[in-house]
Design a protein. Structure first.
Length: 400
């Protein structure tokens, strides 16, 4: 299962250009000759994929939608269709551009060396794809190699061309099938195609094998992960962030070449935490684990960014509490500021509004109370709605 380096934005541009090309060619073809059926089918497929991608985005946030995803079809049917139609856009490999030789130069040289240093004598390649690049890797240091994939035609081709006494290929669904035991597991360009729910099942299946090492590619520059439906589409994932929360990898190696740069990382499989699907329901991570500075989740000394920013966050909270308790006219019963007295931390344009609120604290009706809420929000959000708050106060003052 290898993905093509084509993001959703590129696909959206392709959809728009396809619509324009259909209109242009229909009017410029000499003699009214229609386009070939294959070209029309490809253009309409792009349009259909683009529309489906936009419709799926809201549903991808619903956990129930992922449970219903494969009620009428199967993961094997989905990925077999993608493989046979070369939907990942590679002429060299049916597993996608990330399985081409130009994208695997580093991993082909690094893999035998790292397996030797890890003292791994058996490798589980899950999924193995069509073995386009793995056939050029020196696997003489392994006693056993196991290649599994959900696409049956790819496995049958691999077994016929590359199978041997110590080289085994089998069809397997990583989300539910029992996998062979091995010292190390290579899972390259796979979890980027599946949902959080399926990723949790795959990682649990890996851990059940008893393997010691997991080789998995990650994208450290990603500051926020997002969920998607399992299928041919993909997105970049940073496994240091939620809902995965992996620790710092033991080793990282640049992977993907200029096709899709990532970091192929090594983790101790049995020390990895389970996927926390409950945290995936949050729109944004609320802890320091979701913050990234300079594209890196960690800073000097091994401290997480959240640990470094915590003192500053606590200081801002204390200042805010002091302002609320010190009498700024927001809370009823608090001491109101004197006219002309500067309020620490309050921008100048809002001071007049707070002073007006202090003079009209006994006013009746919904106008002043609504203005009070707008003032509080405007102050917390650095005055994005200060103009609206001022107009509401003017209306309340005029009795409108």
């Amino acid at each position: 299962m290898r993905h093509a380096a084509q993001s959703d934005e590129v696909r959206a541009v392709a959809v728009q250009s396809s619509v324009i090309s259909l209109r242009a060619t229909a009017s410029t073809q000499p003699g009214g000759v229609a386009l070939p059926k294959s070209s029309l089918r490809h253009d309409f497929d792009l349009i259909r994929w683009g529309v489906a991608a936009r419709l799926k985005r809201p549903l991808e946030k619903l956990e129930k939608a992922h449970e219903l995803r494969f009620r009428r079809t199967s993961r094997q049917d989905v990925f077999t269709q993608v493989y046979e139609s070369t939907a990942w856009g590679s002429r060299e490999s049916g597993s996608g551009t990330a399985s081409e030789l130009r994208a695997t130069g580093n991993v082909r040289e690094w893999l035998p060396d790292v397996l030797s240093r890890l003292r791994a004598t058996s490798l589980l390649d899950a999924p193995c794809g069509d073995w386009n690049w793995m056939q050029h890797v020196d696997l003489s240091g392994l006693d056993e190699y196991y290649g599994v994939d959900i696409v049956r035609p790819a496995i049958e081709q691999n077994a016929a061309k590359f199978g041997g006494p110590h080289r085994h290929f089998a069809v397997a669904d990583l989300t539910r099938d029992t996998l062979p035991q091995a010292d190390a597991i290579l899972c390259r360009d796979t979890l980027v195609h599946v949902s959080y729910q399926d990723a949790a099942k795959i990682l649990a299946g890996f851990a059940a094998t008893g393997a010691t090492w997991l080789l998995l590619n990650t994208y450290p520059e990603v500051s926020r992960n997002r969920n998607q439906f399992t299928g041919h589409r993909w997105r970049r994932l940073n496994f240091r962030l939620e809902p995965f929360g992996f620790p710092e990898p033991l080793e990282m190696m640049p992977d993907g070449g200029d096709v899709d740069p990532s970091q192929l990382s090594v983790w101790r499989l049995q020390e990895l935490p389970p996927v926390r699907l409950a945290l995936a329901r949050r729109a944004r991570p609320r802890s320091g684990a979701g913050r990234v500075v300079g594209g890196q989740p960690l800073v000097g000394g091994g401290q997480h960014v959240g640990q470094v920013l915590a003192p500053d966050r606590d200081r801002r909270r204390r200042e805010h509490a002091q302002q609320q308790a010190g009498g700024c006219g927001v809370r009823r019963g608090s001491q109101c500021p004197q006219p002309g007295r500067a309020q620490p931390g309050r921008p100048e344009p809002v001071q007049a509004l707070f002073q007006w609120r202090a003079r009209h604290v006994q006013a009746q009706g919904s106008g002043p109370r609504r203005a009070e809420t707008l003032i509080r929000r405007a102050t917390r959000r650095h005055l994005p709605r200060a103009g609206l708050a001022r107009s509401r106060l003017d209306q309340a003052q005029r009795g409108e």
